[in-house]
Design a protein around this ligand. Structure first.
Ligand code: AMP
Ligand code: MG
Length: 353
């Protein structure tokens, strides 16, 4: 008999999911039986959908609708799925103007806005660079540092296309088009599409009549309502001690949180960690000093993209950025042990203030 091996389907890095949740049941708390959780593989990671206080077929139906919605977005934004518009655009022999579905236009547009406000720390056009480093398919598939020459020619080319390399336009008839200027620019929405998908997943959940839910995918999550008036409790993984959490949050109401870390996908060369968050200024894995960044925002898409952006910015610029933008809160951890959280961040370090 053929046995099903989860390893075959789940990339090796998945046990290192950044954020997990726990019930932490205390005697006065509602029964955990009222929380129902379903985990499935989606968007290249494990996605867990938890609901509170709904049971049976209505809950199952809502959860199915949520996963269907997630896979709709995945099939638009994935750069591995050969039938996705992103794949087709990225693999076109010449760059030109493409008609794109509105949802994809929305994600790219937001990515370009965040590129602007983050002064290029976030960039949805890093495909070529990510492939060079071997982070094309989530897991590192090269395991060695690329030739400096290849990195410098990408950097040189980028200078010439910094403002306008990728453009999204709305036509008078309401349709959207996307333009890429050059073959070395192509779309990687890996730091933003998951957040958007989780936003839409929660929207679907609410439309299905479920008001209290928590949806977690990799390092991103969206929350709605509560567990019968009690908060959802979330743990944030320790960036260097994966069996431990370093902080926790208790959250009631609508909120999103995303965590970016250098320990998700990486390979080591001469004791140096080569990880999947690239600094577009250097063309190399970000060496900002930060090793974990959690961002809270109303929108999952924003939290997702900004956790990556702030990671690249580093402690000082990252702090200033978070303090400047209303509705954005953050928790930052540096390699040297320095750590900081914004006043409005909902969460506490496990070992003190
Ligand atoms: P996250 O785990 O949300 O921080 O996203 C990391 C993923 O985003 C990587 O696996 C790449 O697909 C992509 N990425 C890496 N560096 C950047 C960057 N500076 N800006 C935007 N996307 C990036
Ligand atoms: Mg992100």
């Amino acid at each position: 008999m053929q046995s099903f091996s989860i390893k075959k389907w789940v990339p090796w890095f998945l046990p290192l999911v950044l954020v997990f949740w726990f019930f932490g049941k205390k005697p006065s708390e509602p029964s955990v039986e009222q929380v129902h959780s379903t985990t499935r593989l989606a968007m290249g990671t494990l996605v867990t959908v938890s609901t509170w206080g709904v049971k049976g077929p209505s809950e199952e139906k809502a959860v199915d609708r949520v996963f269907t919605r997630i896979s709709q977005i995945e099939s638009l934004a994935s750069r591995q799925d050969k039938s996705s518009p992103v794949y087709k655009i990225n693999h076109a022999p010449t760059k030109k103007t493409w008609p794109v579905p509105e949802e994809l236009a929305t994600i790219v547009q937001k990515g370009l806005e965040i590129k602007k406000i983050s002064h290029g720390a976030f960039d949805p056009g890093l495909v070529f660079l990510l492939d060079l480093w071997g982070f094309a398919n989530g897991v590192p598939d090269v395991g060695k540092i690329p030739e400096s020459q290849a990195i410098s020619s990408w950097l040189e080319n980028r200078k010439n296309h910094l403002e306008e390399g990728i453009r999204v336009e709305k036509s008078p008839d309401g349709t959207y088009t996307l333009q890429l200027d050059d073959v070395s620019f192509a779309l990687d929405l890996g730091a933003i599409a998951k957040g958007y998908a989780l936003d839409k997943a929660m929207e679907t959940m609410k439309q299905a009549g479920v008001a209290n839910a928590l949806i977690i995918g990799g390092g991103d999550m969206v929350i709605a309502g509560s567990k019968g008036g009690k908060p959802w409790r979330i743990g944030i993984q320790h960036p260097r001690d994966h069996d431990k959490i370093m902080a926790f949050s208790e959250i009631v109401g609508d909120m999103s949180m995303a965590t970016s870390g250098d320990y998700e996908r990486f390979f080591m060369v001469d004791g140096e960690r080569q990880h999947h968050i690239l600094d577009p200024e250097t063309g190399r894995p970000s060496r900002s000093g930060l090793i974990s960044v959690s961002i809270q925002a109303k929108e999952g898409m924003l939290a997702d993209a900004l956790s990556t952006a702030v990671f690249v910015m580093g402690m000082e610029k990252g702090k200033a950025f978070i303090e400047k933008w209303e509705g954005i809160e953050g928790m930052l951890v540096a390699e040297n042990g320095e750590r900081w959280k914004s006043v409005g961040f909902k969460g506490q370090w496990l070992d003190g203030p």
